[in-house]
Design a protein around this ligand. Sequence first.
Ligand code: RFL
Ligand code: PHB
Length: 390
Amino acid sequence: MRTQVAIIGAGPSGLLLGQLLFKAGIDNVILERQTSDYVLGRIRAGILEQVTVDLLREAGVGAGVDSAGTVHHSIELVFGGVRHAIDVHGLTGGKVVTAYGQTELTRDLMDARRSAGLDTIYSAANVLPLDFDGSKPGVSWQQDGQTHLLECDFIAGCDGFHGVSRATVKDKVAEYEKVYPFGWLGVLADVAPVSPHAIVYGNSERGFSLCSMRSPTRSRYYVQCPLDDTVQAWSDQRFWDELRRRLDPDLAGRIVTGPSIEKSIAPLRSFVAEPMRFGRLFLAGDAAHIVPPTGAKGLNLAATDVKYLSSAFIDYFRNNSPSGIDSYSERCLRRIWKAERFSWWLTTLMHRFPDSSGFGQKVQEAELDYLVGSRAASTALAENYVGLPL
Ligand code: RFL
Ligand code: PHB
């Protein structure tokens, strides 16, 4: 079996890359370790930057986000029991973010791939990138007791943080990492969002909280929790009570509660692997970098990696030009580090740290006060939140 680009991983990075290459007439095959149902069952991101929405449209899969996405003009910060709006739209000269779930986006991409008749091999075991430094690159995998080989020109490692691609080049990678001393407990529920027009980030003495949404009838909420906490320890009632305690009285009084349809705990981490290219193997998305979800940047960074990588491959195959693939890593990393900085900053500002002294707490309060009182500080938050220019 032969293709031009072998893509490892059918998450948003791999599927979007496959779709953009297909649109440009470049043949590709995706190899995914899990089943498609498993991939769709993971509840993750919800907020898309304009750049990401534009890229989905360019890839021909914008209909879902255009019809079912909710455009947000502002975000809100709750601290000291008071809510403050940040007019993201006004402060950035008209930019917005869109609430549209990663599950829905992934489904749109899977549907497009299926109708185009493109190959996606699910439940592929022991996927392995081969000879990416040599002249016969390829990917092997096992299925139904047999070993298979896919020959290719390039390999795209879109296989997430725990994937095989980065592990294969471990001795050639510089890793930068910060692990945070808490996690997020997330709940998905079919109830009307308490704040349908803004994402609400809360800092309270009981810890961080976040009110988000998937649709006018589906909400997504999070609370900061200890790293050793378990989902079993959180009944729905306990979750709703805790969330209310972390919000201002007005919002707390308006929360619509109901049975959870998903509940999970995610640890928080900042991570970057450098470089992102190893001969004919390229890393993209969570395979190369992780941000804590506080800035809503993970999926958006994955989308911009894929934008750069697809245009690099297109330039190579159409014009025989290696300039895009040669500059891929550096181009991505410049944007990645800015999003890493922003996500780390917002995480540090909004969470309770177990070891924080009274001084740390006071500085946090002063910075929040400054942030909502200064147009310059609010603008810096807003322009990072909607996504820095490409
Ligand atoms: P994924 O989604 O992890 O997909 C990788 C795929 O590769 C497969 N795979 C393999 N396949 C073959 N062989 C192997 N050896 C393989 N190893 C792994 C996996 O099964 C999987 O299908 O990475 P990708 O595509 O780079 O996408 C990244 C995003 O999923 C991630 O950045 C976001 O979800 C992060 N994130 C958010 N990002 C945002 O932009 N906005 C948000 O609002 C936002 N909220 C979040 C988030 C992530 C969260 N968690 C749980 C990590 C909220 C949360 C709670
Ligand atoms: C979400 O809707 O899941 C979400 C929103 C904003 C974030 C992170 C996650 O910062």
